[in-house]
Design a binder for this molecule. Structure first.
Ligand SMILES: Nc1ncnc2c1ncn2[C@@H]1O[C@H](COP(=O)(O)OP(=O)(O)OP(=O)(O)O)[C@@H](O)[C@H]1O
Length: 469
């Protein structure tokens, strides 16, 4: 007899089968019977996924050995996606959006790691398009980062106003730059945060935008389209399906409560009328006051990214020496001091920048208060995790300052346990959230809408808004 099998190991499972099912004549693995199970497992690991899967076709004994969950978890760990993101995606995102408007996909079966590996291996490469109001990021789902970026506002105008022609021009340009035909792969579109009220007309505008996106892409022959809210994707990239996303966008900042992957418009999305553009403009103004001349807003933007930060305590920071310099290609050296933290201070004290908006910490506190008082059942601390998103949320010190302000503003029963997380993937959080979805084993069935399904829905529900233009 071979060495004793460890409880739960493939060989142990084999030994527990009734004799008639112990195909191969006996429990024996033949000459390999003398080899300890962990050595056999190691051999299968070294063989790699293709040969390990092939060895499972030899006989029932090998099939059990080669189907081991630990073995396939090992192969998944070797893949390009970080293991923690794979586990999150397969456990939380495989079921698709909820409620899914077009599909009635039964996601009940619990897949083994071997099945997950097999399905992930054949998920098609997907084009991901995050058309931000300021900057667009696009690229392949199998790549580590977006391969292209462009200034949306300069090239395409306001793509949030759902003009069929404007969106068609936008998507055509992206396909041309990626050098692919629309018909050859699915596409994920990141839906911008717009029309955030909980009114009938805001709901209609959101629907209109989404349906225009589908309509444009299906008219361009895309085989399958997946459109998901920007804030939801940013939350997924932080491995969460519930929480508050604070998205500092190009023109506006939004505080978005999300519960189990759904934006809670009924609780209220707070919008603060300042974003990246305002921060850059304010830094330019501060530099001008100190006779630091710089005509190009692009240069000011780069200086902001290199030198600016958020003060933990604004008054204390004013008393410190905060001077620092950076070099900008072709423009020379720039030295800033107070401007470094005064720029971002308008997020907390908008009046400094001449605005009558609400401070960001107050908007988040308000949102948390609404969440606390809402009727959402389940985990009552879901809103205590704040995930920062959008390029400007990369400002160093922002999570710490927000946490501090929120603790001061909110009563302990709400503020206890609050965590503010920095943007998990910098400016590209939403893009990475889309990448997680596009690589999940059930992507095309659970997340995508196919052309036929879309057309059937139109026939069922009557003409779309887009037809009225
Ligand atoms: N490290 C950084 N520090 C400060 N600001 C940064 C940093 N990195 C990027 N940004 C700023 O983020 C802004 C771009 O943000 P982002 O790409 O999220 O905009 P967007 O997606 O177009 O916005 P929206 O969500 O409104 O569509 C730029 O103004 C850029 O200067």
């Amino acid at each position: 007899a071979g060495p004793a099998a460890a409880p739960g190991s493939p060989r142990d499972r084999l030994a527990r089968l009734p004799p008639e099912q112990q195909y191969c004549g006996s429990l024996s693995l033949g000459a390999l019977d003398a080899v300890p199970t962990d050595v056999l497992a190691q051999i299968l690991r070294l063989l790699g996924p293709v040969d390990a899967a092939r060895s499972g076709t030899v006989c029932r004994a090998w099939r059990i050995l080669a189907s081991d969950n630990g073995l396939w978890a090992f192969f998944l760990r070797l893949g390009p996606e970080p293991w923690d993101l794979v586990v999150f995606a397969e456990t939380h995102l495989a079921a698709g959006p909820d409620p899914h408007p077009w599909l009635y996909y039964d996601h009940s079966p619990q897949l083994s790691f071997k099945q997950i590996y097999g399905l992930r291996a054949v998920v098609p490469g997907t084009l991901i398009v995050d058309g931000g109001s300021g900057y667009c990021k696009y690229g392949w789902s199998k790549y580590a980062a977006p391969s292209g970026r462009c200034a949306t506002f300069l090239e395409f105008g306001n793509i949030e106003s759902p003009m069929y022609a404007r969106l068609r021009h936008f998507f055509s340009t992206i396909y041309t730059r990626m050098q692919v035909k629309p018909s050859t792969q699915p596409v994920i579109v990141v839906l911008p945060l717009c029309h955030t009220d909980d009114t009938e007309s805001a709901r209609a505008s959101r629907k209109q935008y989404k349906e225009t996106v589908y309509s444009v892409l299906f008219d361009m022959n895309a085989p399958a389209v997946c459109a998901v809210d920007q804030a939801v994707l940013s939350l997924y990239s932080a491995k969460r399906t519930s929480g508050i996303v604070v998205h500092i966008g190009f023109n506006n900042t939004s505080v978005v409560p999300i519960f189990e992957g759904r934006v809670m418009y009924e609780i209220g999305v707070e919008t603060v009328g300042q974003g990246a553009l305002k921060l850059t403009g304010y830094l330019k103004e501060l530099m001008h006051q100190r006779n630091i001349t710089c005509d190009s807003l692009y240069t000011v933007r780069t200086i902001k990214e290199k030198l600016c930060y958020v003060a933990a305590d604004y008054e204390a920071e004013l008393r410190k020496d905060t001077q620092a310099s950076c070099e900008i290609d072709g423009e020379g050296w720039f030295t800033l001091s107070e401007e470094r933290f005064k720029t971002a201070e308008i997020l907390f004290q908008p009046h400094m920048g001449g605005m009558r908006a609400m401070g960001l910490h107050k908007a988040i506190a308000l949102c948390m208060d609404h969440c606390y008082n809402s009727e959402v059942v389940g985990d009552d601390s879901w809103y205590k995790t704040v995930v920062l998103a959008g390029g400007s949320s990369c400002l160093p010190g922002l999570p710490e300052r927000l946490e501090k302000e929120l603790r001061q503003l909110l009563p302990p029963y709400i503020s206890e346990g609050i965590r503010v997380l920095p943007p998990p993937f910098g400016t590209d959080s939403a893009w990475f959230g889309a990448k997680m979805i596009s690589n999940v084993s059930t992507f095309t069935e659970a997340w995508c809408v196919k052309k036929k399904q879309f057309r059937q829905k139109i026939r069922r529900n009557g003409p779309l808004f887009v037809n009225s233009w």
